[in-house]
Design a protein around this ligand. Sequence first.
Ligand code: SF4
Length: 199
Amino acid sequence: MNVQEKVYQAIASDKEPRDDSKIHVSDLVYDCQRKAAYSKLSPSQYFNFKTAMTFWIGRAIHKTPIFSEAEKDVKWNGVVGSVDEYDPATGTIIEKKTCREIPTQPYNHHKKQVEFYAYMLSKMGNKVDKAYILYIDVSKPAIKLYEVFLRSMAKIGEEFDKKVAVLEKFLENKELPKRNTGWICNYCEFANVCLGGSK
Ligand code: SF4
């Protein structure tokens, strides 16, 4: 194996184990639950080198903690996740996102992720007052912090429980949830199998 192959192999194999029999917060963030179901059916089939690189860069960035509780594990109602940054003294969450261009406002699925973390933390008895998304543009480089104005915990919980129920049903009977087509189909790695090649 030459040096370049060694580099590629190291990056591709540096992945955190993920138990796909469990529901992760990231399975709940998109409006289409079918997408999450596909990723559970054949997780490794869609894992290519580009995906490995993206995860690798993300993990390197996550190695710098900001608050006293970094990468805090959360678990609620059978869902697992890891909050990037949590400050228990002020009840503040920060979710870090790498990108190639900082968006003019936070993406909806990122806001959902932060809201679900906030909900899970509060259900676990933690104080949550403020939430932020930190976009890290790795190409410039540049950073931008956006505050996420959280909906009521009751509203977030209602959506969370509904989405969990859909995925639990799928994990039980393996019947794919209904399609919810939209802009996301243009970026969905399962579009070919889901839409038969016609986006
Ligand atoms: S292609 Fe669209 S409808 Fe199908 S799984 Fe992906 S996001 Fe959902």
